[in-house]
Write a protein that binds this ligand. Structure first.
Ligand code: AHR
Length: 620
C-alpha cells in the first residue's frame, strides 16, 4: 500500500463532506430523539372529529365509575380536541371511587424511562365543572408503585376556565417501563389537554434525548439533512411535513399523521428544533422542502406560486432578522440570531414526476432572488443540470446489496469533473446480508465512502440512511442507531462512520494498493490536524471486504518530518462472522478496538484480518 503524503499532491476534502440525514421514520423523533415522554399529548392523534380514539391513553376505572371521551372544547384553536373525563363515583349518594381513584394513564412510547433523582417537567391544561383534586403521578407499569406524585387541587371557580399548570416531579426510583397517571376520587367533569412530561435534563437544554444526541455529536457531523426522505413528502400532501405548522408554542402545533411510516407525530420536533439541533451539533442544516409533491399527488407549475412563497417564508424564519415577519416568530421562540441555513433541497427523489422540473425552476429562481447565497439542491441527476436548469448540488440516493455497494467504490470515478457536485444524502446496504446492521454491510459502506473521499472533487457531501430506529417500531432495516425508551447501541455502520469523522476538511493523499489475485481491498489516506491540540495525523484506512487475511507493506513517502516514534495507533472494526450484528445484549460485539502502534514507521508490515476495516492513525 503506497501513500504519497507530500503536500503538493494532496487535495482538500470538502469541509462538509460527512454529515447525517435525519428522517422521522421508525419513531426516530417522536418517541426517540425528541425527549417528550407522553405519546399523543394533545389527544389529536385520533383525528379532528369526535368522539375519537385516545390511543395509547388507557382508562383507569370502569363504566360505572368514569366515562372518558373527547370533545372539541380545547382552548387551542389549531388543536381543538380535548379529553373529557366524567367521574361518576365519589360524590354524596354514589359509591366511593376505587382505591387509587379513576382517570387515565399514558404508557408513553412503549414505556417511559424514569430515573431516580432526575427531575421531570410536567405541563398540562385543565378545566373542570367542579372542585378539583387530581393526582398526577409517574408509576410502575401496573400503576401500583408511585415513583413521583403531585396533586392538583382547586376550587370550582379556579378551574372554570382552561388553566395551564406546570410543576416538577422528582423520581425516587428507577423504572424503564413507567407510565403517567392522572387520577381522582372526586366526582365531576374534568377536561385535560396538552399533557407533557419532559425530562429536565436534555441535550444542551433543547429537548433532545441526551444519550441519542450525544451519539450524533460523537460522529462530528458537518451537516444535518432533515426532515426526510419520504416523510418530507407524505403519501398525501395533507399529511406532509408543513414547516409552518411545526413552529411556535408546542401547544399550538396541530401535529400530523406520518402516513408514510404509519404513526402520529405531535411535531414537538419541528422546523425550529431541527435548526436548533444542527446548531447544537455544529452542523450545517440542509432543509428538504415540501415542494408540492407527495407520493401520490403533485401541484402543477401553474399553481405552485403559494408553495414557493411558503418555502421562501421558511427560509426567512431560519435566516431573517428578528424584525422580519417570520424571523420575529423565531426570535419569540428564543433564538433572535438567524440560523445558518445555507442548503435547501427541492423535494425528494422526484425527478421522474411530471411537474418536478417546472416547479424546481420556480423554487430556484425565487430562493436565489431572495437569498443568493443559498445552495439549491436538485433531485435530478447531473446530466439534467444546465445553465437553463441550474443547481448548486444534485442529490444522489444509493441503496444496494453489500457486494454492489462495495463495487460502487468507483461509482464517481468517471463522473465529469466540471459542473455541480453531488450530495449523496442517502446511502445504505439493504437486503439479505444487511440484516439489522451487519459487519459486512458496514464494510461495503466503508468501501463506498473511501470511493467518495477519493472523488471528493465531484462529491461534496454524504450521509447514510436511515439514522435511527426505535426497536419497538422497526419500519426500515438496517439503521445506524437502535434504541428503546432507555437503551441504545450503534450498529457496525455507526461505528464505521467514526473512521471518517476526521475526513471533512482534511487533505486527501494519493494511495494505491497492489496485490495479486485479490480484489477485496480498498484504501485511502488523509492528513488532518486536531482542532484541540493542533497535533497532525496521517490516517490510512483499509477495508478488507473479503474472507482472507492479508499481509501488506505500507510505504509512505513525501512526509516532511516523518512519523513520531510514539503516539500512533491502529483501530480495527471486525468480528468473528461477516454477518455479526450488535444488540442490546451485546452492544459492542462489532465495535472499533484501538491499540498503540509501537515504532510506527514510513515502511511498515501490517496484517489485516478478514472482513475488517483498519485505520492506521500515525502521529506526525
Ligand atoms: O431512507 C428511507 C427512504 O428511502 C427515504 O424516506 C426515501 O428517501 C428513500 O427511498
Amino acid at each position: 500500500l503506497s501513500v504519497d503524503a507530500s503536500s503538493q499532491n494532496a487535495r482538500k476534502i470538502p469541509d462538509k463532506m460527512f454529515g447525517i440525514f435525519f428522517e422521522e421514520i421508525n419513531h426516530a423523533g417522536a418517541g426517540g430523539l425528541w425527549a417528550e415522554l407522553v405519546s399523543n399529548r394533545g389527544f389529536e392523534a385520533g383525528g379532528p372529529n369526535t368522539p375519537s380514539n385516545i390511543d395509547p391513553w388507557v382508562i383507569i376505572g370502569n363504566e360505572s365509575s368514569i366515562i372518558v371521551g373527547t370533545d372539541r372544547t380545547s382552548c387551542f384553536e389549531r388543536n381543538p380536541v380535548a379529553l373529557r373525563m366524567e367521574v361518576l363515583c365519589g360524590s354524596k349518594g354514589t359509591d366511593a371511587c376505587p382505591s387509587g381513584g379513576v382517570g387515565v394513564y399514558n404508557p408513553g412510547y412503549w414505556g417511559m424511562n424514569i430515573e431516580r433523582r432526575k427531575v421531570y417537567k410536567v405541563t398540562l391544561h385543565i378545566r373542570s365543572s367542579d372542585a378539583v383534586s387530581l393526582s398526577v403521578s409517574l408509576t410502575s407499569s401496573d400503576g401500583l408503585r408511585k415513583l413521583a406524585s403531585h396533586t392538583i387541587t382547586g376550587s370550582k371557580k379556579q378551574f372554570a376556565k382552561w388553566t395551564k399548570i406546570e410543576f416538577h416531579l422528582k423520581s425516587s426510583q428507577n423504572n424503564t417501563n413507567s407510565r403517567l397517571q392522572l387520577t381522582t376520587s372526586r366526582s365531576g367533569v374534568i377536561w385535560l389537554d396538552q399533557v407533557s412530561v419532559m425530562p429536565f435534563d436534555t441535550y444542551m437544554g433543547h429537548g433532545f434525548r441526551k444519550d441519542l444526541a450525544s451519539m450524533l455529536a460523537n460522529l462530528k457531523p458537518q451537516f444535518l439533512k432533515f426532515p426526510g426522505g419520504n416523510y418530507a413528502m407524505g403519501n398525501y400532501l395533507r399529511n406532509a411535513f408543513q414547516w409552518s405548522e411545526t413552529v411556535g408554542s408546542w401547544e399550538e402545533r396541530p401535529g400530523h399523521f406520518n402516513d408514510v411510516w404509519g404513526y402520529w407525530t405531535d411535531d414537538g420536533l419541528g422546523f425550529f428544533e431541527f435548526l436548533q439541533l444542527a446548531e447544537d451539533l455544529g452542523a450545517s442544516p440542509v432543509w428538504v422542502v415540501n415542494d408540492g409533491a407527495s407520493q401520490n399527488e403533485e401541484v402543477s407549475t401553474a399553481t405552485i406560486a403559494s408553495l414557493v412563497k411558503d418555502v421562501v417564508d421558511g427560509i426567512e424564519f431560519a435566516r431573517g432578522g428578528p424584525n422580519t415577519t417570520w424571523g420575529s416568530v423565531r426570535a419569540a421562540m428564543g433564538h433572535p440570531e438567524p440560523f445558518k441555513l445555507d442548503y435547501v433541497s427541492i423535494g425528494n427523489q422526484e425527478c421522474w414526476m411530471l411537474y418536478y422540473r417546472g416547479n424546481y425552476q420556480k423554487f430556484y429562481s425565487a430562493i436565489k432572488a431572495a437569498y443568493p447565497g443559498i445552495n439549491v439542491i436538485s433531485s435530478c441527476d447531473k446530466s439534467t443540470i444546465s445553465p437553463s436548469n441550474p443547481a448548486d448540488l444534485y442529490d444522489v440516493h444509493v441503496y444496494a446489496s453489500s457486494s454492489d455497494m462495495f463495487s460502487r467504490t468507483s461509482m464517481f470515478d468517471n463522473t465529469p469533473r466540471s459542473g455541480p457536485k453531488a450530495i449523496v444524502s442517502e446511502y445504505a446496504v439493504t437486503g439479505d446480508d444487511a440484516g439489522k446492521g451487519t459487519l459486512v454491510a458496514a464494510l461495503a459502506e466503508a468501501a463506498f465512502l473511501v470511493g467518495l473521499e477519493k472523488n471528493s472533487d465531484v462529491v461534496e457531501m454524504a450521509s447514510c440512511a436511515p439514522l435511527f430506529v426505535n426497536d419497538n417500531d422497526r419500519r426500515w432495516s438496517p439503521d445506524a442507531i437502535v434504541f428503546n425508551s432507555w437503551q441504545n447501541y450503534g450498529c457496525p455502520n455507526y461505528w464505521m462512520l467514526h473512521f471518517f469523522k476526521d475526513s471533512s476538511g482534511a487533505m486527501l493523499h494519493p494511495s494505491s494498493v497492489q496485490i495479486s489475485n485479490y480484489d477485496q481491498l480498498v484504501a485511502s489516506a488523509i492528513t488532518w490536524q486536531s482542532s484541540q491540540d493542533k497535533s497532525s495525523h496521517l490516517k490510512i484506512k483499509v477495508v478488507n471486504f473479503g474472507s482472507k487475511a492479508v499481509d501488506l507493506n505500507i510505504s509512505v513517502s513525501g512526509l516532511e518530518n516523518g512519523i513520531k516514534s510514539s503516539g500512533s495507533k491502529k483501530t480495527v472494526l471486525t468480528s468473528s462472522g461477516a454477518l455479526d450484528e450488535n444488540s442490546f445484549q451485546q452492544p459492542q460485539k462489532v465495535a472499533p478496538v484501538s491499540s498503540p502502534i509501537d515504532n510506527a514507521m514510513q515502511q511498515m508490515g501490517v496484517s489485516l484480518g478478514p472482513y475488517s476495516l483498519t485505520s492506521f492513525d500515525l502521529l506526525l
